[in-house]
Design a protein around this ligand. Structure first.
Ligand SMILES: Cc1ncc(COP(=O)(O)O)c(C=O)c1O
Length: 398
């Protein structure tokens, strides 16, 4: 219905968008214009943790829209939803992460975190990891550990170095020149790679020795996806700056960076207005964030993710699946080849199951459903995956 105009008037980011024409979405399903239900194993790329149209979130948004929407730029007026959200978030984080700066997207949160680290340390060097993804604005892009996707946009911000994730020997690159080390707690685009052998503890120790800050990007694993509210809780490592977004507002655009009150205060002076934004802390989005966090912390949805992970692991057994990577409901089915992954994702799309690619790992099929997904829905989706793989013929052309 809108497809022709979509291709003409809406800028595209890839030559082959999936192009599902959305009518509406509810729970674990997205409905197309013909009324067909598509079981959602992607959740807006980990953004819709509570599924589509969660009544508590919708209620909070409606209530707030009717009271007021945008009234002032960030940080000038006292607006209940943002205050309550940041207070509740602090109550669920270590004491050193007590002050939150609210912005509009994950990449913008990363920009703020980089600025804060440089401002706080007076140093310029940032260390990131190969195959990392932190967003697409110039600062975040500079930290992306994948040259092919960024070389066209050079020059990027200077003084960025790279280490290999999980390689302890590389940590001596962190020195007294380093302002911050920026890592995804679990590498997403690289293929849902977990830190191993106390890696994050080792990074933390080296940062402390060198006076460098540790910034953890939890934009993807955060808000309950891995069985804890934040993934760093699994790894005995507390960052100096925590970067969050995606699932935070159940599908509204959002991001934030969190640090100590003392560190964050530095954005107020020398120069003042050290980071500013018009819409950051928007009351409607903050109301969605508050209701999302309340739902996550007042129910057992987060602990259920581990039972659901077990079910996925039990059902996703097939000769073409070499491994299931990840934690909780941040999973990737690793296929034998990139061709099998493409076949599975595209064939599933035709048959009403939404899967997706990872940014840099072509052999993966992303499985990051809403945390609210039911065991029956998991079984139905996994059944379909196995059926599709059983029908795979090596000469199949996608
Ligand atoms: C780990 C990570 N960091 C940063 C971002 C960027 O967030 P946004 O797309 O909201 O700017 C993403 C988005 O996919 C992400 O997965």
């Amino acid at each position: 219905m809108y497809k022709d105009d979509f291709f003409i008037h809406q800028a595209q980011t890839s030559p082959h968008p999936l192009g599902l024409e959305v009518s509406h979405a509810k729970g674990s399903y997205i409905y197309d214009q013909e009324g067909k239900a598509h079981l959602d194993f992607v959740a807006g790329v980990s953004a819709c943790g509570l599924g589509h149209g969660h009544p508590r979130v919708i209620g909070a948004i409606k209530e707030q829209v009717e009271k007021y929407m945008h009234v002032m730029v960030y940080g000038e007026y006292v607006q209940r939803p943002a205050v309550e959200f940041t207070k509740l978030l602090a109550a669920h984080l270590p004491k050193t992460l007590e002050t939150t700066y609210l912005v509009n997207s994950g990449t913008e949160a990363m920009e703020g975190a980089i600025k804060l680290a440089r401002r706080h340390t007076g140093r310029s060097q940032i260390i990131a990891a190969n195959h990392a993804y932190h967003g697409n604005t110039m600062g975040s892009l500079s930290l992306m550990g994948y040259e092919e996707r960024k070389s066209a946009f050079r020059p990027l911000i200077p003084d960025v170095r790279f280490i290999n994730f999980n390689v302890a020997e590389d940590l001596d690159k962190i020195t007294e020149k380093t302002a911050a080390v920026v890592l995804e707690t679990i590498q997403g685009g690289a293929g849902f790679i977990l830190p191993e052998n106390r890696y994050l503890e080792k990074v933390r120790k080296r940062c402390d020795e060198m006076g460098a800050l540790l910034i953890l990007d939890e934009i993807q694993p955060g808000f309950g996806r891995t069985g804890k509210l934040f993934a760093f809780e699994h790894f005995n490592c507390v960052p100096d700056i925590l970067v969050i977004g995606k699932g935070m507002a159940s599908g509204l655009p959002v991001g934030a960076f969190v640090a100590s009150k003392e560190m964050m205060a530095q954005l107020q002076h020398s120069p003042k207005l050290g980071h500013i934004t018009t819409f950051g802390g928007n009351p409607v989005i903050a109301a969605a964030s508050l209701s999302t966090l309340q739902e996550l912390t007042e129910t057992d949805l987060i602990s259920q993710t581990l039972e659901k992970e077990n079910l996925f692991r039990k059902l996703l057994v097939h000769p073409l699946i070499t491994e299931v990577r990840g934690k909780g409901l941040m999973l990737a089915a690793m296929l034998e080849t990139r061709k099998v992954a493409d076949y599975l994702i595209l064939e599933a799309a035709k048959r009403g199951l939404i899967l997706f690619w990872l940014l840099f790992e072509g052999r993966a099929a992303r499985i990051s459903p809403p945390l609210t997904i039911s065991m029956k829905e998991i079984e139905a989706g996994c059944d379909l995956i196995i059926t599709i793989l059983n029908e795979y013929k090596p000469d199949t052309v996608n």
